[in-house]
Design a protein around this ligand. Structure first.
Ligand SMILES: NC(=O)c1ccc[n+]([C@@H]2O[C@H](COP(=O)([O-])OP(=O)(O)OC[C@H]3O[C@@H](n4cnc5c(N)ncnc54)[C@H](O)[C@@H]3O)[C@@H](O)[C@H]2O)c1
Length: 315
């Protein structure tokens, strides 16, 4: 029988592209998109959509029963920069939505969960370069604390209740199809839009802030590859480090200037600088490579090419 998939928070930066990719792969009718807000035309017209609050257990359970859902991708969350402004709302959303899907799996109403963690689980005492899978964490943001707690709960539900939950620590993600939702790495998307619109960008991080980043195609491929991997291969049930490239704002500016020599960059760090300073510069993702064959495809120049060419074609 064809399995049915539910995506919670499907209208966000990752959910939108993940939904379209899963629909292309499994057929539109078996991939149910949901969010607390209406989706883009593309998403609404390409398959089933439900208005659904990820913090409401009964509402999720109704949809799970109605569509006979097997797998849930939980993409609803409040991201790092926004969470610093609304700490309790972030904690409630990020934790309660996770408990809802973990408990549905514990009660055997669904069989598999994808829940994303983040490089924000790491903190100032973590080794910054080539950050190991297992390292001191001590996150210093509300968002990072919620992700680290989430990782502990995922592993706990796997060990205690045999819940098949899978996770990666996404780095900052870059996409031309969707805008980012209030994170610390949003500059790396905005910069391409501004390069094409005005030819200049005022960056909210300093020029030498090196962070781990990833092009969205790689992130979606990693997510689906992890979900399709045999359960017995997966040694880590908290969350896998996931890497592809690391760069500074100055390096993105250079890669844009190689194509648009008149592009101008200025720097005016704001409160997000402190968040970025507490995160790793690069990631050791050897466990993901060994356990489920992870291999990234996009570097900075390939990302810049994709971003400028595709955004340049938009009306
Ligand atoms: N984008 C990144 O760079 C990045 C990096 C690391 C981890 N992540 C994680 O990946 C996941 C998805 O991130 P994203 O960038 O797509 O976020 P986003 O902010 O773009 O999207 C989140 C979506 O969740 C929805 N949502 C909010 N509250 C909801 C609720 N109560 N019920 C249902 N939906 C609700 C929002 O409407 C939004 O469409 C999150 O867990 C995030 O922490 C993202």
């Amino acid at each position: 029988m064809q399995k049915s998939i539910l995506i919670l928070g499907a209208c966000g930066q990752i959910g939108t592209e993940l939904t379209m990719e899963l629909r292309a792969k499994h057929g539109s009718e078996t991939v149910i998109a949901s969010d607390i807000r209406e989706a883009s035309e593309n998403l609404m017209e390409s398959g089933p959509f439900e208005l659904l609050d990820a913090t409401n257990y009964e509402a999720i359970e109704d949809v799970v029963m109605h569509y006979e859902i097997d797998e849930v991708y939980l993409m609803a969350a409040m991201l790092s920069a926004t969470a610093e402004k609304f700490p309790m709302r972030a904690w409630n959303l990020n934790m309660n939505s996770l408990f809802n899907v973990l408990n549905l799996a514990k009660e055997k109403k669904i069989s598999k969960i994808f829940w994303p963690s983040s490089i924000a689980v790491f903190g100032l005492n973590t080794p910054k370069e080539n950050t190991p899978q297992h390292a001191i964490m001590e996150p210093s943001t509300v968002y990072g604390i919620s992700k680290q707690s989430g990782e502990r709960w995922c592993e706990y539900y796997f060990k205690k209740f045999d819940v098949d939950v899978r996770s990666v620590r996404y780095p900052g993600l870059i996409s031309w199809k969707t805008m980012p939702g209030g994170g610390t790495t949003d500059y790396a998307v905005e910069i391409y839009h501004k390069a094409l619109e005005t030819g200049e960008y005022n960056c909210f991080l300093s020029e030498d802030t090196k962070l781990p980043m990833m092009y969205m195609d790689d992130a979606i491929r990693a997510t689906i590859k992890l979900m399709e991997s045999p359960s017995e291969n997966l040694k880590i049930r908290s969350s896998y480090n996931l890497g592809s490239m690391s760069f500074t704002p100055a390096e993105v500016a250079n890669s844009i200037q190689a194509r648009m020599p008149n592009f101008k960059m200025a720097y005016e760090p704001d409160f997000r600088q402190q968040i970025a300073d507490s995160w790793p510069s690069s990631i050791d993702d050897s466990a993901a490579k060994t356990d489920w064959g992870w291999e990234p495809r996009f570097d900075l120049n390939a990302t810049t090419k994709e971003m400028l060419e595709n955004l340049g074609k938009l009306p």
